[in-house]
Design a protein around this ligand. Structure first.
Ligand code: AKB
Length: 321
């Protein structure tokens, strides 16, 4: 992995991944692409940036050729809640975009990464310590596209020899870019409201356990998996990874260690609650640990401390607590 094309570079993961890749591999060796350009955004200003709609295969291929990249990291996708609101669009972007990205990788013989998600599981999947290999019958359009994507990436490896790799991300918590359209977004929103107002109204109900991970660990996982010795990878495209599992009460309790008067109330969104209820409580990550040494650095307490400290700086005058 020396020259990398990133799609969806202005999204929640891309906004931070591009900076990390530019630090590791050099600023001229990361080609950031997105369907929109944002003036002044570090992703657009600190290295190569190209406008790319991932549904435009010819342009996708032309950009990959022009910059002679050897890796594609395909991040462009709709998240779970927005995919439920716009299922046909989610199918088009999440599946046709993925097929285009895989075709570019096949045509130019590129290494390939794309994230799957805990959304690839469904209500009939074992909920606790969800195994790496298990029943996957998701009931959301997001889940349908994620499990199809996992299979498609396996297919491109076995059928065409493309070096495809991927993880099943849990909810990702970050203080840089907002997620936008996910079910786990409450676990990001809660920090912004804690720092601004010392209270939060959760759209996910009490007792709803979901896996989560702090963004620095998610970015390191991508780099580590892509650098891992290929001969050790058995699963390749859908490694379960996670750093913590909590429900709204547990994250609120962790925030109260820093902000003792923090108040949590509920106004449950039935759509996102139903999605969350169909997902695992906690994942078994043994395969990722054994096959490429996955290890998260941040637990709940360390993540909460860092999030609050960083958001106080980021929000400036808006940060009252
Ligand atoms: C979402 O909530 O849709 C995402 C995910 C878990 O894939 N954060």
């Amino acid at each position: 992995m020396k020259k990398i094309l990133v799609t969806g570079a202005l999204g929640q993961i891309g906004s931070e991944l591009v900076g990390k890749l530019r630090e590791i591999y050099g600023q001229d060796n990361v080609v950031a692409t997105d369907i929109r350009q944002v003036e002044g955004h570090p992703v657009c200003e600190t290295g190569i940036f190209e406008l790319l709609d991932v549904l435009d295969y010819e342009r996708f291929l032309a950009i990959a050729r022009q910059y002679e990249v050897d890796t594609v990291m395909h991040l462009a996708a709709l998240l779970s809640a927005v995919a439920e609101a716009k299922p046909q669009l989610a199918w088009d972007i999440n599946m046709d975009g993925l097929v285009n990205a895989l075709e570019v990788a096949r045509e130019l013989n590129l290494q390939f990464f794309t994230p799957s998600s805990i959304g690839a599981f469904g209500p009939s999947t074992p909920k606790d310590a969800t195994p790496q290999d298990t029943l996957q019958r998701p009931t959301t359009m997001y889940g349908v596209t994620k499990v199809s994507g996992e299979l498609l990436c396996d297919y491109y490896h076995t059928r065409f020899g493309v070096d495809t790799r991927g993880v099943r991300f849990p909810g990702l918590i970050s203080n840089v870019a907002l997620p936008g359209g996910g079910t786990t977004d409450y676990a990001v929103d809660i920090f912004y409201q804690a720092v601004k107002a010392n209270q939060y109204e959760s759209f996910i109900g009490a007792g709803t356990q979901m896996d989560m991970m702090y963004m620095p660990d998610a970015l390191q996982a991508i780099v580590d998996l892509m650098e891992a010795d290929e001969s050790k990878l058995v699963h390749r495209n859908a490694f379960n990874i996670t750093a913590m599992s909590f429900d709204p009460e547990e994250i609120a309790a962790a925030i109260r260690k820093e902000l003792p008067d923090f108040k949590l109330t509920y106004k449950v969104d039935p759509v996102r609650q139903a999605i969350a209820d169909s997902w695992p409580n906690s994942l078994d990550i043994t395969a990722a640990q054994e096959e490429w040494g996955f290890k998260a650095q941040y637990d709940l307490e360390a993540m909460v401390k860092d999030m609050l400290a960083k958001l106080r700086v980021k929000l400036g005058d808006e940060a009252k607590y």
